[in-house]
Design a protein around this ligand. Sequence first.
Ligand SMILES: [Zn+2]
Length: 62
Amino acid sequence: MDLDIATLLMAIINWFILAAMVGGVIFLVLYLRRKSEHRCPDCHKKVPADGQVCPYCGKPLS
Ligand SMILES: [Zn+2]
């Protein structure tokens, strides 16, 4: 029975490591997305991330 508990514990630890890695990757992606500057593709000025059109030249932002 000791072996079964050890196997179960290893499985739980493995799931924790996997969850931590996935969570870390998601956090990193969100962090980098937040940090990256949004620039207008036409006039290359800094524009708000949630903007629909460039406030300087009126180019639609995708
Ligand atoms: Zn622009």
